[in-house]
Design a protein around this ligand. Sequence first.
Ligand code: G6Q
Length: 549
Amino acid sequence: MTTYSFAQPQALTASPAWKALQAHHRKICATSLRQLFADDPQRGDRLAAEGAGLYLDYAKNRITDETLDLLEKLAEQCCLRQHRDAMFSGKKINVTEKRPVLHVALRAAANEQIYVDGKNVVPEVRATLARMAEFAEQVRSGAWLGYTGKRIRNVINIGIGGSALGPVMAYEALQYYSRRDINFRFVSNMDATDFIEATRGLDPAETLIIICSKTFGTLETLTNAHAARDWCLEKLIDKQALRRHFVAISTNAKEVSRFGIDTTDMFGFWDWVGGRYSLDSAIGLSTMIAIGAERFSEMLDGFYAMDLHFRHAPLRQNLPALMGLLAIWNTNFLDARTVAVLPYEQYLARFPAYLQQLTMESNGKHVTLGGANVDYQTGPIYWGEPGTNGQHSFYQLIHQGTHLIPCDFIGFCQTLNPLGDQHDELMSNLFAQTEALAFGKSLAQVSAEGIPDWQAPHRVFQGNRPSNTILAERLTPYSLGTLIALYEHSVFTQGVIWNIDSFDQWGVELGKQLARRTSPELESSDEPRLAHDSSTNALMRRYRSLKKE
Ligand code: G6Q
């Protein structure tokens, strides 16, 4: 198959590869990780892969070589390779929105050619990056001044969802590399507290506001953008001032200019970039101002290196494909419903939140590309916190609870902030946790430690709990890029197997519509006739009456 086609030859669960995996699962489900490691002393070296500077240890998954063979057959049956090539060549694989999916074009090398409707998009991408770089460097150097001649000391990014989570996560992740004499703040919530707290203590004359909205029609973002305009004008008075303090990132030039931002102060992107895949586009402007154009370009190089790896590495060494297929195994055959992402790196504190959108908005779907209801689980719930903090809260459940929770541990061999032997301590916790999850502690071991019989059962760890460990040398813009692209392509791999559209988000659209209907009913001064269900009516009446008081 060389051309893109979304039609799977038969229902996934009735397909030979799926049935073979089910039979295989029945055969090996009683085999423990303890046994698998005992049977093969080389397992830890064999079940590992390296690509784009990342090392993936997947030996602590409940798999055998046969599992991998069968998962590879599943990938072939579902045409993973062909779908991947379709994405990279600009085919309209987002079928419900009839769009190509080309975040990979945002980091493609300058000499690559990727066509959308007969036009190579790479030169446009590069031209936008060059404009962003020029602007970012002006702000950083102080050449770009506010209306009253003051330097820009504060940058506020206003946007929500895909127009916020990437910028916040990347800013925090790369804070080590960022300018410390510029404050970066992020406003997304409709709750005015977000805007009020973000602007508290800031001088509008020293503030640059970046309005990020692909559609420029999102209620939260426009509301906060208007609040920001009022906040600026209260101090700066003259509307002309806004040109020195506002820029827009959008695909919608008409709405940008209707809002009052000159389109020469707008950085564009394209409808083939999904919100949650847009950090590499102009949506990353705040990141570029924070770390500079050169480091931003290193981040894009990291993404690109993982793109090349995903395209060219054989499946057994292909990190995103392996992670995606292991997620299928854990979700659909071991019946795991969630995945914990556990970065042992404080700078990645927002990485799990970023991944929640990437994974769950992409693969939280219940129908196939053809519109049929699926009869298997799709995207699991992603969640997590940095280690070691999580160890003192929810790890209890991961170790001894009744849910099976596959974990992704992420660690770096070198720290950016050396302090005594703290980094060794941190990493020893990571390694020890993966060991404890896999191998547990039996009743015999507990008793041998002299634990009294009555307490011993409480101190048993069943083990056999799967995890991946991802190691990189050091947290840099480049390694961050590889890490994000790793998950992007893992999500893609899962979506292909499940035969769903990983690139639409109709569930998000619903929220946008519903709020438009209810808000006039809350705001009107006359008692409105509410025609919701009795529960919603009662809640709204209660809110209206208490709000008056
Ligand atoms: C992401 C989603 C969604 C979107 C926000 C903001 O993939 O589409 O999270 O990013 O709803 O949309 P705008 O950028 O259009 O304001």
